[in-house]
Design a protein around this ligand. Structure first.
Ligand code: SF4
Length: 308
């Protein structure tokens, strides 16, 4: 735990590698079974055209080219620049196993890459994919990211997630058994969401012993399916103050060993309809830090309330 009152990814990486480690976001040219018609052709209701990876490299470039390009950018900030290669856009385990092996190892063979992170869906981590992840995990630094968003299956259906929470639990247990670190994604302000749903989601994340967590606000993008849904249902969208307050309550209920990867998101300004306050990431993060301090609270302070 650091002075920031929660266990941040920066801290974890410094403890593990002895220095600041950056991430380079890659587009491996994937699609998603929830968009290509296999499960649905609609996608999750909040998914962007870029498959929730707005700032990744270009899929028209090779993995090596994308890494080089982003390293050039990082070099201007820090020359001692080892990185985690993050496969971000769409479902990064949803392809032929030979292709997955090729691009994961292409990233791992780059001299500046000290590990890889792979974002995916819980229903796309099975069989030979799991075996490949196990093989990589035995030799390299790896984490896998699972988009849970909520533990409430009714809300899961509204957002067209395309799998149930049981599947998340099964995949989390499989990864845990193989000692593969995994990060769970959670979104706040989903349609029909109650405070108890948020507590239940955190409780589940604690119970499956997720290695990390990413929390962010729901964004309504212009001309998206979510915009249409919002105009019809007008469900509650948090104000900045409500978001900060709720995030603090969740941090207090989160197991202190879980690494917090993010507490805000990265919407593109030109695509975002609401909430516009979320564009000022620095301000939101500062408020979270300031409030944790003024309330004299910290990660796990109310863990017993969560696990009742
Ligand atoms: S699983 Fe990810 S890529 Fe697929 S539709 Fe949902 S958010 Fe988009």
């Amino acid at each position: 735990m650091n002075n920031d009152r929660f266990y941040s990814l920066n801290n974890y990486l410094k403890e593990t590698f002895g220095k600041k480690v950056y991430k380079v976001s890659l587009d491996g040219g994937f699609t998603c079974p929830n968009r290509d018609g296999t499960i649905s052709s609609e996608g999750c209701i909040f998914c962007s055209d870029a498959g929730s990876g707005e700032f990744a490299g270009s899929r028209n470039k090779s993995i090596t080219e994308q890494i080089e390009e982003q390293l050039d950018f990082i070099k201007s900030k820090n020359n001692d620049n080892e990185v985690i290669a993050y496969f971000q856009n769409f479902t990064n385990t949803y392809a032929d196993i030979k292709y997955l092996r090729k691009i994961y190892f292409e990233a791992l063979s780059h001299e500046k890459v000290i590990g890889i992170a792979i974002a995916t869906r819980p229903d796309c981590v099975e069989g030979e994919v799991l075996e490949l992840l196990q093989e990589i995990n035995e030799k390299y630094f790896l984490w896998v990211e699972l988009g849970l968003q909520t533990s409430n299956d009714d809300i899961g259906r509204i957002i067209n997630r395309g799998y149930n929470t049981e599947k998340y639990i099964e995949t989390a247990n499989n990864l845990k058994r193989l000692n593969i670190k995994f990060v769970t994604h959670m979104i706040l302000s989903l349609p029909n969401e109650k405070k108890q749903d948020l507590y239940d989601t955190i409780k589940l994340i604690n119970q499956v012993q997720s290695w990390g967590i990413k929390i962010h606000m729901l964004y309504i993008l212009k001309n998206s399916k979510l915009e249409k849904y919002y105009n019809k249902e007008l469900f509650k969208i948090y104000s900045e103050e409500e978001y900060v307050e709720t995030v603090i309550e969740l941090i207090e209920r989160l197991d202190k060993n879980i690494v917090i990867h993010r507490l805000t998101g990265d919407p593109k300004k030109e695509e975002l309809l609401i909430p516009l306050w979320s564009l000022n990431k620095r301000k939101v993060l500062n408020s979270i830090h300031k409030n944790l301090k003024s309330k004299e609270t910290f990660q796990g302070a109310k863990i017993n309330e969560c696990n009742l």
